[in-house]
Design a protein around this ligand. Structure first.
Ligand code: THG
Length: 369
């Protein structure tokens, strides 16, 4: 990982948990103009700990766009190829957001708080501007703003035990991508079974910045018998699990179809209308010329990728690896690559130009695990 010092100023936002997190001396990245802890020492040790115990992640940088009003549901359904026409209160939906070309401009979790009120829990781009622009242009009856809401994730196989200690046994019955409201300091908080790992876990959408220290301490106390530690989205675990990172693996130039997100989309003539539908209908019938795939890269462990690595097929440029890391559990360098036809055919052998020299790579399906 490339680490650089950061000069912290007002416009680089701290989180409700920053004071607590700072004591563990993480390395940060910037996400939605907010500090996102991204490394607490060894990636490999953290991946192992995440898979065997439980971690608390300051993912406040997953900012919320709140949409409230009689046109809120109408606006939300327009934003995404995911069919949210029957969205239910108490549920969360992974919802890629597309522009008119069908390109992905964010891939939030849409939280349905009630029929007239939604949160979009953002990946790293200014969706607040896009949504406000649409509501203004269409003269919709909605209010759109960024609320004081900061998610804290509890992830790992013991996450349920920790959250049950914090909020009571009822939380164990909450199904994936559903939430219940749990009281903290007499305030109801949205607690969802979700999070950016496949190790199981919850996200607490803390709705009061001033309660950050208290929540952090309560979580650490509830987790002390389970070897709880601070952590963060882990590059090894998330690539193994096939969780895609907007801005790393996919950009606005890529469509949900090219990125393999079709299982979250309903794109049909008779289906709901959304921005980008004509482009995606066309791509669905004509087929696509590039696609996101897994790659196994041969040879000894590579340092994690910082900038895309070019791929070659018979000495022709054919795409790029966009994320890559050594997986100790798979004993392989694994990565996500955007590849042009015909290189995205499974089993294709490519040459990848890594900073540590050219390597042979083989194209595979996602997820790795
Ligand atoms: N939680 C919350 N907000 C977020 C993320 C999160 N915002 C940024 C980023 N992560 C958004 N991207 C994703 C990508 C994948 C998933 C969640 C958010 C995810 N996907 C599962 C999968 O692909 O198998 C399940 C999706 C589903 O069943 O709907 O979990 O993590 N609050």
């Amino acid at each position: 990982m490339v680490e650089v010092p950061l000069f912290v100023q007002n416009r680089l936002r701290s989180t409700p948990f920053s004071e607590k997190v700072a004591g563990y001396k993480p390395v940060y990245t910037i996400y939605n103009r907010m500090m996102l802890p991204s490394s607490y020492g060894s990636l490999e040790e953290n991946a192992h700990h995440l898979k065997t115990a439980v971690q608390v992640w300051d993912v406040s940088a997953q900012r919320q766009v709140e949409i409230i009003g009689t046109d809120a549901h109408k606006l939300v359904t327009m934003l995404t190829p995911r069919d949210l026409t029957k969205a239910e209160a108490g549920r969360c939906y992974y919802a890629p957001i597309t522009n008119r070309e069908g390109g992905i401009i964010n891939d939030p979790v849409a939280v349905c708080l009630d029929e007239n009120r939604f949160w979009l829990s953002l990946a790293d781009s200014d969706l607040l501007l896009w949504v406000n622009g649409l509501a203004t242009g269409l003269n919709l009856n909605v209010q759109i703003f960024e609320p004081d809401v900061s998610p804290l994730a509890i992830q790992g196989p013991r996450a349920e035990d920790v959250v049950a200690r914090l909020f009571g046994e009822e939380i164990r019955a909450v199904k994936p991508f559903r939430f219940m409201r749990c009281a903290f300091h007499d305030r109801p908080q949205v607690v969802a079974r979700s999070g950016w790992s496949k190790q199981g876990g919850f996200e607490i959408y803390l709705d009061d910045f001033s309660l950050g220290n208290a929540l952090w301490d309560a979580v650490m106390e509830a987790g002390k018998d389970f070897d709880i530690r601070p952590g963060c989205p882990n590059l090894i675990e998330r690539i193994e699990s096939g969780l895609l990172s907007f801005g790393n693996d996919m950009y606005p130039e890529d469509t949900p179809l090219e990125c393999g997100l079709d299982k979250f989309c309903s794109i049909s003539e008779d289906g709901h209308d959304f921005i980008g539908k004509p482009a995606l209908l066309r791509q669905q019938s004509e087929g696509f010329t590039k696609a996101l795939r897994g790659v196994h890269i041969a040879g000894k462990p590579l340092a994690p990728l910082a900038h895309p690595w070019h791929c070659w097929l018979d000495d022709k440029p054919i795409g790029e690896v966009r994320s890559a890391v050594w997986s100790p559990d798979l004993s392989s360098n694994i990565g996500n690559a955007m590849l042009n036809a015909p290189a995205f055919t499974l089993g294709t052998s490519l040459r990848v130009a890594t900073p540590e020299g050219d390597r042979q790579a083989e194209v595979c399906t996602l997820p790795f695990v």
